[in-house]
Design a protein around this ligand. Structure first.
Ligand SMILES: [Fe+2]
Length: 241
């Protein structure tokens, strides 16, 4: 099977459309979304509808629960909070109920999905250091945990007696190792590269591959500014931060 796994779309329709088009060339059988469908950019309704249309398995991100009132906005920085308040106002009741109803984790076969860390997914901590990786591996019952949230792709590898981190490009899975794979962000990458991130997991080849894709972020930037949202949210898309 070939799985399309992505995260952190953040209402960025230009990035999502480009990624979905690219996925068409990848012969994907099933999709998985690791949360933060909304927040930051403005195409809330279209992004929710497109992702629901994929029949994807979806877990909740902090922005999904923030926009729908399930996670306190006090947890967010001022820019994020402003975008979430804006998003919350335009959500329909059905969209809000959908976001609120997203689960914190999902497991099947040899993998689990969670937005932040797996040991306390409801806190939405960033899985961006070895201590957090150790805690997630301690509760992980599968070989792989796919995460998002940091908007920076990469992989923690748990080998016999050691743990190391490496960039995610093309990963060949090995039986005796376990992995925490951060799939990066479709709609707001923060690793200094403005191109959208998406992942293809091929369960037969046993490979996990990160793809990068340039998209028309200036259209997204214009919409953010036109909506009166903070300039920084537009600027960062061009800088990948
Ligand atoms: Fe996010």
């Amino acid at each position: 099977m070939r799985y399309g796994i992505f995260s952190d779309v953040h209402s960025n329709l230009e990035a999502l459309s480009a990624v979905l088009l690219a996925y068409q060339q990848e012969h994907i059988e099933r999709f998985f979304c690791i949360g933060d469908i909304v927040g930051y950019a403005t195409d809330v309704h279209d992004c929710i509808a497109l992702i629901r249309g994929l029949k994807a398995k979806i877990v909740a991100g902090n922005h999904d629960w923030g926009a729908s009132g399930k996670f306190d906005l006090e947890h967010f920085n001022p820019n994020a909070k402003e975008a979430l308040a804006w998003t919350g106002k335009i959500l329909s009741q059905a969209e809000s109920d959908f976001l609120k109803g997203l689960p914190l984790e999902h497991s099947e076969e040899n993998f689990t999905l969670a937005h932040g860390t797996l040991d306390s997914p409801e806190e939405f901590y960033y899985l961006n250091n070895y201590d957090e990786a150790v805690r997630t591996f301690a509760v992980l019952e599968k070989q792989i945990c796919f995460v998002g949230h940091t908007h920076r792709p990469g992989v923690f590898v748990e080998a016999e007696d050691n743990l190391f981190y490496k960039p995610l490009t093309r990963l060949e899975l090995e039986d005796r190792k376990r992995y925490i794979v951060n799939v990066g962000s479709v709609g707001q990458p923060r690793d200094g590269d403005s191109r959208a991130c998406f992942v293809v997991y091929d369960t037969e080849d046993r490979t996990i591959e990160l793809k990068r894709l340039a998209y028309n972020f200036s259209a997204t930037q214009e919409k953010i500014l036109k909506a009166g949202l903070p300039d920084f949210l537009a600027r960062r898309l061009g800088e990948g931060r």
